[in-house]
Design a protein around this ligand. Structure first.
Ligand SMILES: NC(=O)c1ccc[n+]([C@@H]2O[C@H](COP(=O)([O-])OP(=O)(O)OC[C@H]3O[C@@H](n4cnc5c(N)ncnc54)[C@H](OP(=O)(O)O)[C@@H]3O)[C@@H](O)[C@H]2O)c1
Length: 385
C-alpha cells in the first residue's frame, strides 16, 4: 500500500517538476523536488497493513500519510513514570507479543527516562527493524542524561537529538518525530523548516506536534505537512474537542493520536484513593486529578463506564478506548501497559462497535458527573497551549 502511495507520489512530483520546469525553468524548485523524491526512495519501512484480528487506520494525508494499527502501544510506562514495572526481559516479551498481534505503532520519547525508554524500546524492537514504526519526541532539554525542565526546539538541537534518537532506537530513519512541547523561543516555522530538511536527508519520515493550538498547527503544516497531533484526549479531558484542534486535524487531513487514553490507568478501574504511587518513578502523585479526594469523587465516572459496559460485555478501559475510536477514523489511541492481560483487554476493544445512540446515552450519563481536579499542576500546565 505504501509502495503504491510512493509511486503515485513520485509520479506527482515528476509531473509537478515538469510543469514548473516548463513554465518557469526555475532550477532551485527542481532541486527541491528532486531532493524530496530522493528522500522518498530512501524510505526503508515495509510495515504490514494486514493481520488477522487487527484493524488499520491512516494518520495524515498525501505524501506524509502513514497506515498503522488502529491501536498503538505507548511504551513510556514500561520503564518510566508509571511506578514499578516488570524486568526488561518480560517487557521485551510483551512488546514482541504486541507485534505478533499486529500492533505496528510504538510510542516513546527522549524525555522518558530520560533516554532509557528509547534505549529499551530500540533494543526490544530491534528484531523488527523497519517492520514496525517507533515514534519518538524531541523538545524537552536533556543535558548529560538529565532533564533541565526547559524546552528547546532550536534547529541545531533538534538535529542533534535526531541523531541521538536514531542511535538509541537502532533505526536509520525516524518514522514520525513529534515536537513534545512548544518552544516559545523558536518560531514553529523554524522547527518545521528543520524537520523538512531532516526529511529531505532521509533521517526523519514524518512529523507531528503535541499539545499545541489550532493556529500553531496551521502555521506548522503550511511549511512542512504534519502527519499527526498527539495531545491528551479521553473521557475526563476533552479540550481538543473545544479548542479547534480536532476540527483543524479533520480539515487539513492530519491524524490525531490521543495520549493517556485511559487517563493514566484511572479509567481502567484499578486506581482509587488508597492507591500508592512509587514517588520516585511516577508523576501521578503530582497531578491534581490523582489526589485522594479527587480520585474518590471521580470514581463516579469509572462506575458509570463499568455500568455502561456491563450489558455490552465491555470493561471500563474498553469503553474508554472504544469511545475514542468511534469519535473519528483518523484517531489512533496509544494505551500503555506492563501486563499481557491488560494488553489483550485493550486490543479486544476492536471487537466492539456501538451505535451513535449508545454513545449518546453514555455522554448523557457522564455530562451529569463533574470531573474533579485539573489534569496538570501549574508547572506542567505552563508547557501546554
Ligand atoms: N505526548 C505527550 O505529552 C504524552 C504524555 C503522556 C503519555 N504519552 C504517551 O501515551 C502513552 C500512554 O499514556 P499513559 O501511560 O500516560 O496512560 P494510559 O495509557 O491512559 O494508562 C496507562 C496505565 O493504565 C494501566 N492500564 C492499561 N490498560 C489497562 C486496563 N485494561 N485496565 C486497567 N488499567 C490499565 C497501565 O497499568 P498496567 O501496567 O498495570 O496495565 C498504566 O499504568 C505513553 O506510553 C506515552 O507514549 C504522551
Amino acid at each position: 500500500m505504501r509502495k503504491d502511495n510512493e509511486n503515485m507520489s513520485r509520479r506527482g512530483f515528476l509531473k509537478t517538476a515538469a510543469g514548473i520546469g516548463a513554465a518557469l525553468a526555475v532550477e532551485p524548485v527542481l532541486g527541491k523536488v528532486q531532493a524530496a523524491t530522493e528522500a522518498m526512495k530512501r524510505d526503508p519501512y515495509k510495515v504490514p497493513t494486514r493481520h488477522e484480528g487487527m484493524r488499520y487506520r491512516t494518520l495524515g494525508s498525501g505524501n506524509s500519510r502513514m497506515t498503522v494499527s488502529a491501536l498503538g502501544f505507548g511504551c513510556m510506562g514500561m520503564t518510566y513514570n508509571r511506578s514499578e514495572h516488570p524486568d526488561k526481559a518480560q517487557m521485551t516479551r510483551l512488546l514482541h507479543q504486541a507485534v505478533d498481534r499486529g500492533v505496528t505503532l510504538f510510542d516513546t520519547a527522549i524525555i522518558y527516562g530520560p533516554l532509557h525508554n528509547e534505549e529499551f524500546v530500540g533494543e526490544a524492537l530491534a528484531p523488527y527493524k523497519n517492520k514496525v514504526y517507533i515514534t519518538t519526541k524531541f523538545g524537552h532539554e536533556v543535558i548529560d542524561g538529565k532533564a533541565t525542565g526547559r524546552q528547546t526546539s532550536r534547529p541545531d538541537v533538534v538535529r542533534r537529538y535526531c541523531e541521538d534518537s536514531l542511535r538509541r532506537l537502532r533505526i536509520d530513519s525516524i518514522p514520525m518525530f513529534y515536537q513534545h512541547r512548544f518552544d516559545r523561543d523558536t518560531p514553529i516555522e523554524d522547527v518545521a523548516g528543520c524537520i523538512a530538511d531532516l526529511i529531505r536527508e532521509g533521517k526523519v519520515q514524518r512529523w507531528g506536534l503535541c499539545e499545541v493550538s489550532a493556529d500553531i498547527i496551521r502555521r506548522a503544516h503550511a511549511v512542512c505537512p504534519l502527519t499527526a497531533i498527539q495531545s491528551e484526549l479521553h473521557l475526563m479531558h476533552r479540550l481538543v474537542e473545544q479548542n479547534g484542534v480536532l476540527d483543524v486535524c479533520r480539515e487539513l487531513g492530519i491524524g490525531f493520536v490521543p495520549y493517556s487514553p485511559i487517563n493514566r490507568g484511572f479509567l481502567g478501574g484499578c486506581i482509587n484513593e488508597f492507591t500508592q504511587f512509587d514517588t520516585s518513578n511516577d508523576n501521578r502523585h503530582t497531578l491534581p486529578r490523582f489526589q485522594p479526594e479527587a480520585l474518590r469523587q471521580n470514581t463516579r465516572i469509572v462506575n458509570a463506564l463499568q455500568h455502561f459496559g456491563r450489558t455490552r460485555g465491555m470493561t471500563s478501559a474498553q469503553v474508554a478506548l472504544a469511545w475514542l475510536l468511534h469519535k473519528a477514523p483518523f484517531i489512533v489511541p496509544i494505551p500503555g501497559t506492563t501486563k499481557v492481560a491488560h494488553f489483550e483487554e485493550n486490543l479486544h476493544t476492536l471487537d466492539f462497535t456501538l451505535s451513535d445512540t449508545e454513545w449518546a446515552e453514555l455522554e448523557s450519563v457522564l455530562s451529569a458527573i463533574p470531573v474533579i481536579g485539573d489534569r496538570y499542576g501549574a508547572d506542567q500546565q505552563k508547557q501546554v497551549m
